[in-house]
Write a protein of this length. Structure first.
Length: 748
């Protein structure tokens, strides 16, 4: 429950107890920062222009502008490292501006695991172009060929006589580059790197530790009002009538706002908005209903198919399986899950003089301009979206919805408005990952050789050709009569292809026409579900072949980088090769086991191998993941410490998703509304994570946020099999499922 605005803030509470604290800070200064919505003047944002990415100041400082944002993953630091390296300036001279549509280029959304590879690559080329131009200017100023010059710390020196030099700031004199980005600009060789490849401390951590960091939830501005949007719990219900007489009596009440089925209350205080929203008497129509959760995967398999396509075809798998003397079948399921961000989404919007400014934690601020235009009627070019950190977002959660809510209300009343969702809003109403059902079959020849692999993936259709932003299904858009498709999920077929070398492979994707929940990307979308099936099935095939599961995988690999991560994980975990179950299986109440999984993200970029060690209580069904070892190859490592953080965080989050996270619902509404009904992993159950990071200087720097999670569910499921002999083919792996699977083994 939210407290009144005049309730003792966490900062003032900490300040009051400063005598007992090691770290202190000025609450007044921090609150002043939140109340200063100063906006930088608009500047060039064309993606092919150097000045869109860089501004060099007279004092030698450099402001770097990128369209990507830092979702707590450390990319602000990593991108600053890339810029400092390619420009040859001190790291501490860099100031980053991210995700402000008026000052940063549109580099597409922050997602798809491409911030460093794509966003960093574009920044690097802009910096390389700038550096080349500065060296050329220095050559003219110093009267020597450019080849005779060296750059260090933002100063260009003559190699033969370092006393002859000129600084970048002297060359720029506060001016602009007036250059197009050269896509063929010479990039600094990896052998000369001084900043990239080092563990530079994250620039955002100090203020987060001191409590001075400004999250979207902290932001305030003069004259700001507070609002709460009221929506039905029942899916698809519409407003029949509204009685706000009781809400009008709440202290601080300003007005009720309604447009079609969009309904909100506005108050001078946040607590007043909460109380007024609860006081509204709304009659709702009957909703559209939901399928029976108990049989949802059967339901999913029977849904109308929008299209069916072959994801992978090698040889003739159906014929090879038909002829195979030994055939193996298995089906896998992955439940509906939600982001469950620790802090509910929040946004502030200000509509004045025909211009709309929205402070948002959206990971797609540039797309939001178009999306908000569709909701508010304000032209996209008159909308500015400014990124502020939220509290967790791996995919599109409720941040966009809260932003649209605030924007629409502000446009309707002409005043700045802050909207913060409640816990139930975030957990129940934010977009979900769609369910996943996968059916697998394979065949062995008479000699025990794996000769064929076949798979059918039932996935949600990508309704957003080329990711057109207007197709994101914002709640506010639907509320005001602009129906949107229920899915904003693309490329869910990725990692459905078999990651091994086999003579016959058939992979088929059936695109379900419509998901029953509003869907959007959740971390490692598609890849995590598909890899769970592939790597669980590969383990089953290894058991059928009576071969050690790690060695079985290696037998079907030819890529040396794939082999390297496999060997790296095995070495880290002290993997002892053996066929069959753990010697510990079936002994005592708690059995221990280990499981391995391999993924190459999108079958095209980052390589990951993971080994999970588990303890399974066969009486209660509780699974404890005690240790996870990950070998990781994402090419050039920009920040080793940051990379390790990403891998470790990805493991812990995915252990939670694997063991307990599942959206529950009845026939009308989502019933997962809080941390009791949607539990997540707690600190005592977090595993020890060990990481082997393979650095490949000079190679492309691929992403690191999404690959590791794709390997974790299968590694855990395979470890449970090793410990108990029970196959767990459905995520989440709950104690009830574990006990049922073990009982099946006992009676087999």
């Amino acid at each position: 429950m939210n407290a009144p605005d005049n309730f003792l803030s966490r900062r003032k509470l900490l300040q009051a107890g400063a005598a007992a604290l090691v770290v202190g800070f000025s609450a007044d200064a921090t609150l002043a920062k939140t109340a200063a919505p100063l906006l930088s003047p608009a500047k060039s944002v064309a993606k092919d222009v150097v000045d869109s990415f860089l501004v060099m100041h007279a004092d030698g400082k450099v402001t770097v502008y990128v369209g990507k944002v830092d979702l707590g993953t450390g990319t602000k630091t990593a991108l600053a490292q890339i810029a400092a390296e390619e420009l040859d300036v001190p790291f501490n001279s860099i100031t980053m501006v991210m995700g402000d549509t008026a000052t940063t280029p549109d580099q597409w959304l922050t997602g798809a695991n491409i911030t460093i590879a794509q966003g960093g690559g574009e920044l690097r080329r802009a910096c390389a172009t700038a550096r080349a131009a500065l060296v050329a200017r220095a050559a003219q100023r110093l009267g020597v060929p450019a080849a005779d010059l060296a750059v260090s710390g933002g100063v260009v020196r003559v190699k033969a006589d370092p006393s002859k030099s000129v600084s970048y700031s002297q060359l720029m004199q506060g001016g602009a580059f007036d250059l197009k980005v050269d896509p063929k600009a010479a990039l600094k060789p990896a052998a000369e790197y001084k900043v990239v490849g080092t563990s530079v401390p994250r620039v955002d951590i100090p203020e987060k530790v001191s409590g001075e960091f400004i999250y979207a939830h902290d932001f305030r501005m003069p004259g700001m009002l507070h609002a709460r949007v009221v929506r039905s719990d029942d899916l698809g219900a519409t407003i029949v009538s509204v009685d706000d007489s009781a809400a009008r009596k709440v202290s601080g009440f300003v007005r009720t706002v309604r447009k079609d089925n969009f309904l909100a209350v506005v108050s001078r205080t946040e607590w007043g908005a909460v109380k007024a929203a609860r006081a509204l008497k709304v009659q709702w129509s009957k909703g559209t209903g939901l399928p029976d959760q108990a049989s949802v995967f059967d339901y999913w398999r029977k849904q109308p198919i929008a299209k069916e396509e072959s994801t992978q075809k090698v040889g003739d798998a159906p014929a090879a399986i038909a002829a195979a003397p030994r055939k193996i079948k298995a089906s896998y399921e992955f439940a509906v899950q939600t982001h469950a961000s620790l802090g509910p989404s929040c946004s502030v919007a200000d509509y004045q003089g025909g211009k709309l400014v929205v402070w948002s934690a959206s990971q797609a601020t540039h797309s939001m301009q178009t999306e908000l235009a569709g909701v508010t009627g304000v032209k996209a070019e008159d909308i500015r979206v400014v990124y502020l950190d939220g509290s967790g977002c791996y995919g599109r959660n409720g941040h966009e919805d809260a932003s649209a809510d605030a924007a629409l209300i502000s446009v309707m009343i002409g005043k700045p408005v802050r909207v913060q969702w409640m816990r139930a809003d975030e957990t129940a109403r934010a977009p979900k990952s769609p369910p996943r059902a996968i059916d697998m079959e394979a065949g062995f020849d008479a000699n025990g050789k794996l000769v064929a692999w076949s798979a059918d993936f039932h996935i949600a259709l990508n309704h957003i050709a080329a990711f057109k932003p207007l197709d994101f299904p914002l709640l506010a858009a639907t509320d005001i009569g602009q129906p949107k498709p229920g899915n904003w999920v693309g490329f869910l077929f990725q990692n459905s292809a078999a990651p091994y070398q086999l003579p016959n492979i058939r992979v088929n994707t059936r695109h379900v026409a419509q998901a029953f929940f509003r869907s959007a990307h959740l971390r490692s979308p598609g890849r995590i579900e598909n890899s769970f099936a592939n790597e669980s099935f590969m383990d089953e095939l290894a058991a059928e072949a009576k071969v050690d599961p790690a060695e079985f995988r290696l037998q079907h690999m030819s890529d040396p980088r794939a082999v390297a991560v496999m060997r790296g994980a095995m070495k880290l975990a002290n993997w002892q090769s053996r066929a069959g179950l753990s010697p510990d299986a079936g002994k005592g109440t708690v059995s221990k086991g280990r499981g391995i999984s391999y993924v190459r993200y999108n079958n095209a970029t980052t390589y990951v191998a993971a080994i999970a060690e588990v303890e399974v209580n066969r009486q209660t069904g509780k699974v404890l993941v005690t240790r996870v070892c990950v070998s990781h190859d994402c090419g050039q490592i920009v920040n080793p410490d940051g990379l390790a953080n990403q891998i470790e965080g990805g493991v812990i989050q995915t252990v939670s998703r694997t063991l307990m996270e599942e959206v529950n619902w009845d026939r009308n509404k989502v019933t997962s509304v809080d941390w009791v009904s949607y539990p997540i992993l707690r600190f005592p159950d977090a595993p020890k994570v060990e990481v082997d990071m393979i650095n490949r200087p000079g190679e492309v720097a691929w992403g690191a946020g999404e690959p590791t999670p794709t390997a974790i569910p299968a590694a855990i499921a395979n470890a449970i099999y090793d410990a108990t002999g029970a196959r767990l083919r459905s995520i989440p792996i709950t104690p009830e499922k574990v006990k049922a699977a073990i009982a099946t083994v006992r009676t087999a």
